[in-house]
Ligand binder design. Structure first.
Ligand code: SF4
Length: 751
């Protein structure tokens, strides 16, 4: 599938040069598709003239989605910042003044050190957005700078998304990144909850070309079952769709575990010697029979029991797997959901087996090489609410209150990196207000967006096609083991800096300036300075070369030379069992009943079996509708809406509502309604469809570009409304305080 650029650029000398083909990658989303680019001209004036999927790529096999072509739009976007800017307010008017890198670095370090000197290190906070894991320079060098700040006020998009996955992986398998990946190419039964791979191309399951893979599953006699309050694109091609009531997935999953025991369908097989506390699990799930939870979930007991039998049968015929993603993580019981999913996969013998869920074996394995720590949970808590940290980060649900609540440790300065939490975290309006009151803020970003408009300084890194790439994270999550290094597609402009160069420079300057604030002796501080000076000389590519040598990847045919010779990627084969080697839990055993789960399950018996969802609410006599999110293939969180080709056509920021609910509110398709929640109200057009469960409404996320000061011309003209003006920072996952975006009570106030 190929996409031609939407508009012909003005003719100049580069038009005379014949285009050359370059291999590259789209690292906008987790699918990390391999691409081929036709590039005309050379140097910084080179122009991308076409983008296609790379048929030779062993993982993506030529797949591409409409967002890939927007890489060209991003590269050419006149709104993209290309040099540092400083916010200047004169006579009440804000303008952004371009400044040089030297001055920008000095101002950033001065601003941060000043807040730290006056208020302590925890007064400086960090927020890292989702693109941080998609750009390897952030991973290799970001920590140099962020660790230098010595702050506990660290936040990221993780706690507005997949935090429960990491918590459960840490508890069960001993490492936060030990996430068994569905073996989609060989399984015989895949049960998907709260995920829409056809729109996402997989998430915590890197699976480009997922439609073809589901088609192949069905062709070999397998079954795809989707559980979701909405008939998603994935549900539409599934063999069976169960429209569960939002927020009740944990109850249903506990019923699946219950049924496995009740019908003697547990068969862990080779896993059995590794599993501890099986009886404790059986006892804990005893109250959650399918009959007891049916009223809450909306799924009848006979269907639940049949699905358990089908999963168990598939386990004897090539493997079955349960996979749950964002919809089940971002709800009140997200950790219980992810725990139950792992327990089902383990008790049916479907972890670490072909056709089930397996750990990957990337050429550069962050777990095996101990380049990423196993994690820790609840080592400290947030100042205001007492929410637990995970692996050194506090949940974003508490970020605004930590800024707005006076007292020792109040956040007064913020560093954001490739993030837009005003649109992507709960109760965005409150955060908007909190950011406007900070003493100092700096953003490493290339847009003036809803969040960065509050910054004093913005430092823009190069964009995706201007730097090289090796995927350090998503190759750990891919459904096939591959290795691929991509050179830059076009040369960066003179004076432009890559993200890793920005971090290395900031780290070194900050360390020098904050010398007197550091703890430890002069020798320790000096060695820190030297380490930073050394890292500044080591690009991500050089670190990769060192890492590959040390990891023994050459034995698998992966060296820098071979990666360069095969820009389409090196195939390392299908996933293989490796749990015995990879398991890092204590005693190399799997404790099926972590303490927090043991405490939590008894508390769920009454609400889960009485048929009253604990998120249900009402305003006066009006029962609440339950708000859920929606992902779309032409959108990528909050930041791809400045590409005309991705936002053109019918408005997509619409409120999906069932015909019964529309009739109750006397609505017609296209009506604009005011939708309200505890935290705010928005206006949005409705789309009436029976593809959503009655009592549930759905909005996509990442919209709401109509705030003052945003410099995104295309996005502002297609502003939409932000779902996170309605989501609630007080509605969180019960164990980890992950944001609970699903089943937010909302009311239609007026049409
Ligand atoms: S699915 Fe689309 S956005 Fe994601 S990596 Fe592939 S081409 Fe890029």
């Amino acid at each position: 599938m190929a996409h031609a650029p939407s508009s012909a650029p003005a003719a100049d000398a580069t038009d005379l040069a014949p285009p050359i083909t370059k291999h590259g990658v789209c690292n906008l989303c987790e699918a990390i598709c391999g691409l081929t680019f036709q590039v005309q001209g050379e140097g910084p004036r080179a122009r991308i003239v076409s983008i296609k999927g790379d048929d030779a790529d062993p993982l993506s096999r030529g797949h591409i989605c409409p967002k890939a072509v927007a890489l060209k739009d991003l590269h050419e976007d006149p709104d993209r910042l290309r040099q540092p800017v400083r916010r200047v307010v004169e006579n009440g008017v804000t303008r952004w003044e371009p400044i040089g890198w030297e001055q920008a670095f000095d101002l950033v370090v001065e601003g941060l050190v000043k807040v730290r000197e006056q208020h302590g290190s925890n007064a400086v906070a960090v927020y890292q957005g989702n693109p941080n894991v998609h750009n390897w320079g952030n991973i290799t060098h970001g920590h140099l700078f962020f660790s230098q700040l010595k702050t506990r006020a660290r936040f990221s998009a993780t706690s507005a998304d997949q935090l429960p996955h990491h918590v459960v992986a840490y508890w069960l398998y001993g490492h936060q990144l030990a996430l068994p990946i569905p073996d989609i190419d060989r399984t015989m039964c895949m049960l998907v909850l709260g995920g829409n791979p056809l729109a996402s191309n997989g998430s915590l399951m890197t699976v480009p070309d997922v439609r073809a893979r589901f088609k192949a599953l069905k062709a070999r006699g397998g079954k795809l079952i989707v559980v979701d309050p909405r008939r998603t694109e994935t549900a539409a091609i599934a063999d069976e769709h169960l429209a569960i009531d939002p927020g009740s997935d944990a109850a249903w999953l506990l019923s699946l575990v219950h049924t496995l025991f009740a019908e003697e369908l547990t068969a862990p097989g080779a896993l059995e010697p590794l599993l501890d506390q099986v009886k404790a699990v059986r006892d804990a799930v005893a109250p959650f029979s399918p009959e007891a939870t049916a009223a809450l979930t909306g799924i009848d007991a006979a269907t639940t029991r049949r699905i358990v039998r089908e999963l168990a049968a598939a386990s004897t015929q090539g493997g079955g797997v349960v996979y749950g993603r964002m919809g089940v993580s971002t709800q009140a019981h997200g950790v219980v959901c992810q725990w139950a999913i792992q327990v089902i996969n383990l008790l049916t013998g479907n972890v670490d087996r072909e056709g089930g869920a397996l750990l990957t074996s990337p050429a550069l394995n962050l777990i095996q090489m101990k380049l990423m720590g196993p994690g820790h949970f609840d080592a400290w808590r947030s100042r205001v609410r007492g929410a637990p940290e995970f692996s050194g980060e506090l949940p974003v649900s508490v970020m605004a209150e930590e800024m707005l609540t006076p007292g020792k440790g109040q956040i007064r300065a913020l560093v954001t990196s490739a993030g837009n939490p005003v649109l992507s975290t709960p109760n965005g309006r409150q955060l908007d207000e909190a950011l406007s009151k900070l003493d100092f803020m700096v953003s490493i970003d290339f847009y003036v967006n809803e969040t960065t408009r509050h910054a004093n300084l913005i430092l823009p890194p190069t964009c995706f096609v201007e730097h090289d790439h090796y995927d350090l994270v998503f190759l750990h999550l891919a459904v096939r083991n591959v290795a691929r290094y991509s050179e830059p597609v076009v040369e960066r402009a003179p004076g432009a800096l890559h993200d890793w160069e920005i971090y290395a420079e900031l780290a070194q300057r900050y360390a020098r300036r904050a010398w007197s604030l550091e703890r430890g002796g002069a020798r320790a501080r000096l060695s820190g300075l030297l380490a930073r000076a050394l890292m500044k000389r080591l690009s991500p590519q050089r670190l990769l070369a060192i890492g590959l040598k040390r990891s023994g990847a050459a034995q698998r045919g992966v060296t820098m030379a071979k990666l360069r010779a095969h820009p389409e990627g090196i195939d390392l084969g299908p996933l293989k069992p490796s749990l015995g080697k990879a398991l890092q839990a204590r005693g190399k055993r799997i404790d099926l009943m972590p303490a927090a789960i043991r405490r939590e399950l008894p508390l769920l018996v009454a609400p889960f079996t009485a048929g009253t969802p604990d998120s249900a609410s009402s305003e006066g006599s009006r029962p609440a509708l339950k708000l859920i999110g929606r992902r779309e293939v032409r959108s990528n969180n909050s930041w791809m809406h400045n590409s005309e080709r991705l936002v053109s056509g019918k408005a997509r920021c619409t409120l999906w509502i069932h015909p019964d609910d529309a009739q109750r509110h006397a609505l017609q398709d296209g009506h604009t309604v005011t939708l309200a929640s505890r935290t705010g109200r928005i206006q949005v057009p409705v789309h009436i469809t029976s593809d959503i469960r009655p009592g549930v409404v759905s909005l996509p996320h990442g919209w709401g570009h109509d705030r003052d000061g945003v410099r995104l011309r295309v996005a502002s003209a297609h502003a939409g409304a932000s779902i996170n003006d309605l989501t609630d920072d007080r509605q969180t996952e019960r164990i980890s305080a992950n944001a609970a975006f699903s089943a937010v009570p909302v009311w239609i106030e007026a049409a």
